[in-house]
Design a protein around this ligand. Structure first.
Ligand code: HEM
Length: 534
């Protein structure tokens, strides 16, 4: 057809041609918008296959696996991902991640405000005073989870619900009278929630909301199970009704708690973090019931990562008899302070010094196992927003330009498994990978690279302030289990696979149930357990 004939044909049936051309124009337009012009030093672009929305659709479908999937096809140290009309930088280079965490031009605070408001369901008017108090709030949280405040919290958690579990729940007789646990994850859920709640609110059932109303334990995990729908505002009432109900119950209970000013009760064993956070909020005019609605975020953040970490710690350690023997010897030699006669009904009392559990001269192997758990099982995504145009450098001549308003995602699921950092066995669980006495840790340079790649607790100004509390809870329980108990039914070939990671979570849950039998070790049947810190 000549061009004149084509024009005549188009003029005679313009709608047919228009309907054919429109989708093509739209696709070209979307492709143009989703292929932003990059600054010469901006990270290389990974364009989505479906223009404009492709990465967003994949992120919603694949959730936590999205970034590791992108890395599998584009193994880049840093990349630009167009997300509709915005851009996101995905970082997998440990050196660039450390630079990003140090940069003052990157901040976590915008996410705190955007996501937390949805998470706790406050209206814009109710939320209005929160952004102004965020910087003071963050400082307070970090200060109240260190030193004496932390030591007190650790011992309250360990000497109440954890000790109750060891002394009462596991029968104090021979192994034959043991505790059969059909689903270890579910069992640890209760244990971690109550131990964490003891550490936060004190152990008194009259003042600790979780002891007063044990149904709040399920409410907390129901709330957690629908977190993504709540934060993304994806029809939570229809798609996550349990989460909405759990949240309402928690908010009511904590509303009662702050309204009764139980956080100010000097005799209740309340932690400094609970007391100080409420004091900051009251100073900014936030009323008690609303503090309760906001503070469901504290107990949630304190329990949500501790539970899967403890689960994988118990499973990975007790599945390996040789590792149990090695760790047990360390605990017996260094952590056990005393076994006194006559602690109730003629039994003995064993006291463990949890400070020793943080010292590599005393328990290098057990500490290595814990670190290996956080390396192998954390798939955490550390998030920041670029507040102003900035350049970051990997310290070896590589520099990257990051544009204002873009989001930055740092991917532990990649850095924790990079073979060039961890070796050919990066995918395997190696209990003594971090033990100072082994050669696997290598020279100083090698150690620095490993430490830069380890981001299970984030880093920089927002490095998780609660990591040492979680450590004490997890290590204290496991040290006592090692010394005084046997755990049967676990083995390396039975380590469960993982559920897909949902957004908002850092450590995957196990798929299916893990059964275990726990009973007293021979020679330790009569012992009651307690904890101290030197
Ligand atoms: C093994 C258990 C835990 C893991 C794996 C974990 C992990 C994390 C991670 C990855 C972050 C983000 C850090 C960043 O953006 O750089 C974080 C932040 C935070 N975590 Fe934890 N966490 C744990 C336990 C706890 C506990 C027990 C508490 C409270 C007692 C807690 C309180 C917080 C708070 C308040 C923040 C926000 C800090 C800020 O923005 O400055 N975490 N945690």
């Amino acid at each position: 057809m000549s061009s004149t004939a084509l024009l005549t044909h188009i003029a005679s049936s313009p709608f047919t041609y228009l309907s054919l051309a429109l989708p093509i124009i739209l696709i070209l337009l979307l492709r143009h918008i989703s292929t932003p012009t990059l600054h010469p030093f901006e990270p290389p672009l990974i364009a989505p296959r479906i223009p404009f929305l492709g990465h967003i659709i994949n992120l919603l479908r694949q959730q936590g696996a999205f970034y590791t999937n992108v890395y599998a096809t584009h193994p880049l140290p840093i990349a630009t991902l167009p997300m509709a009309d915005k851009r996101m930088y995905m970082l997998t280079s440990p050196a660039l991640i450390q630079a990003a965490m140090r940069s003052r031009s990157l901040s976590f605070e915008p996410f705190m405000n955007e996501f937390a408001q949805k998470m706790v369901a406050l209206t814009d008017a109710e939320w209005a005073p929160v952004p102004a108090l965020t910087p003071q709030f963050i400082k307070t949280i970090h200060a109240s989870l260190t030193g004496d405040h932390l030591a007190k919290m650790n011992l309250v958690a360990l000497n109440n619900h954890v000790a109750f579990f060891l002394n009462k729940v596991i029968p104090p007789t021979s192994f034959s009278a043991c505790l059969e646990i059909p689903d270890l994850y579910a069992h640890l859920k209760t244990l971690v929630t109550l131990a964490t709640a003891d550490g936060l609110y004190g152990p008194d059932p009259a003042t600790n909301p979780f002891r007063a109303r044990p149904s709040l334990i399920d409410d907390l995990w129901d709330f957690d199970s629908g977190l993504f729908n709540l934060i993304a505002d994806l029809f939570p009432r229809w798609l996550a009704p349990q989460a909405v109900r759990g949240r309402a119950n928690l908010q009511e209970a904590l509303g009662d708690y702050y309204e009764a000013r139980l956080d100010e009760n000097p005799d209740a064993g309340v932690s400094e973090v609970v007391r100080a956070r409420a004091a900051v909020m009251r100073a900014h005019g936030i009323v008690d019931r609303r503090i309760g609605r906001l503070e469901i975020a504290l107990v949630h953040v304190a329990a949500v990562n501790t539970l899967p970490t403890l689960f994988w710690f118990v499973v990975e350690l007790f599945a390996r008899p040789e590792a149990v023997a090695r760790a047990r010897a360390e605990v017996e030699r260094s952590v056990l302070v005393s076994t006194e006669e006559g602690a109730g009904k003629g039994g003995r009392k064993a006291t463990l010094d949890i400070t020793k559990l943080t010292d590599e001269t005393h328990t290098p192997f057990l500490i290595s196992v814990y670190r290996e758990v956080t390396r192998k099982h954390s798939a955490n995504i550390v998030t920041r927003r670029v507040m102003e145009d900035v350049e970051i450098s990997d310290g070896e001549g590589g520099r990257c330009f990051l544009k204002k308003d873009a989001d930055v995602q740092m991917i532990a699921g990649v850095t924790h498994l990079l073979p060039e950092i961890w070796g050919a066995d990066a995918d395997e669980f190696v209990p003594d990978r971090f033990a100072a006495t082994t050669t696997t840790t290598g020279n100083n340079d090698d150690r620095k690279k490993k430490s830069a790649a380890m981001i299970p607790f984030g880093g920089g100004k927002h490095l998780c302030p609660g990591r040492n509390f979680a450590y004490a809870e997890n290590m204290g329980l496991v040290a006592a289990l090692l010394l005084g108990f046997e755990a049967k039914g676990l083995s390396v070939d039975k380590i469960p696979s993982k559920k897909p990671l949902t957004l908002g979570h850092g450590i995957p849950e196990p798929a299916g149930q893990t059964a275990v039998t726990i009973g007293r070790r021979e020679g330790w049947e009569d012992v009651k357990w307690g904890f101290t810190s030197s």
